[in-house]
Design a protein around this ligand. Structure first.
Ligand code: IPD
Ligand code: CA
Ligand code: CA
Ligand code: CA
Length: 258
């Protein structure tokens, strides 16, 4: 029942979101700052997702990007990003997803990410592996950072801090290491899980950006930590997620110790 609800909610969000994709009058609003956007599709997706989860489990705790927390005294917590990749979406770039993670007693137990444009449904359950459209996936085998393809993202503020996004990014690209920026942290993580990228790092993520995706990487055989190399929790800001083999090398560069 938990799994079915997770899958149904993720698909319902994606259906509504797609419906708005060709809407020429799509309502777009700013949150804080000029480019931190939210569209009517984010709200519609969120509404469809919440209806399904609340319908099935009215007493579960929910946290969702646009509505915030629906606090309940429950060991279950649903962590929802109704559209991850809103800036892409608002510009008509067909790369974004719905991401939902489910925690039990503080531990992520399941995650689902659906990219409706590529029709890719990622699912992970703790201890049971990760799948893409039902087929098991695993991280890449690349052990050489210099031959790796990385992905990152940038927060809306904080970009110029010491050891912040710009500095760290420049360390990698100066080495000639390809670093992509797709605009959806959940997709970045799923593509590490699927072996398309060898590693991902980002400063200042929110819990809903990484909740489902970090479990996807772990269940696909990868490694996820904070910038110190310690246990990752989606409630702290910085993330490194890799195939495991290049993890220590990435940490050295991030911390300017290479
Ligand atoms: C954003 C995306 C992006 C990341 C930003 C997030 P949103 O989420 O995940 O890749 O770089 O930090 O805020 O706003 O599109 O849900
Ligand atoms: Ca997000
Ligand atoms: Ca979002
Ligand atoms: Ca957002």
């Amino acid at each position: 029942m938990l799994k079915e609800t997770l899958i149904n909610a993720t698909e319902a969000g994606a259906q509504v979101m797609q419906h708005y994709f060709n809407n020429k009058n799509l309502q777009i609003n700013n949150k804080e700052g000029v480019n931190n956007l939210v569209t009517e599709a984010d709200h519609a997706s969120e509404k469809a997702i919440l209806e399904i989860i609340k319908g099935a489990f009215p007493d579960h705790f929910i946290v969702s990007e646009e509505v915030g927390e629906i606090v309940m005294d429950s060991e279950y917590k649903w962590i929802i990003d109704p559209i991850d990749g809103t800036v892409n979406y608002a510009h008509g770039i067909p790369l974004c997803c719905i991401s939902i993670g489910l925690e039990q007693a503080g531990k992520m137990i399941m995650g689902a990410v659906y990219n409706p444009f590529l029709k890719e449904f990622y699912f992970a359950e703790r201890g049971h592996g990760a799948t893409l459209n039902g087929q098991p996936i695993q991280v890449s085998g690349q052990a050489d950072l210099m031959k790796s393809c990385l992905v990152t993202g940038f927060p809306y503020t904080y970009i110029n801090e010491p050891n912040g996004p710009l500095e760290v990014f420049s360390r990698f690209i100066r080495q000639g290491i390809p670093v992509r920026r797709l605009g959806s942290a959940a997709i970045d993580l799923c593509w590490v899980a699927a072996g398309r990228f060898d590693g991902f790092y980002e400063h200042k993520l929110q819990a809903w950006d990484s909740a489902a995706g970090f479990l996807m990487v772990e269940e696909a055989g990868g490694k996820v930590t904070d910038f110190k190399g310690d246990h990752y929790s989606p409630y702290q800001p910085h993330i490194v997620a890799t195939n495991g083999k290049i993890h220590d090398d990435i940490l050295l560069w991030i911390n300017d110790k290479a």
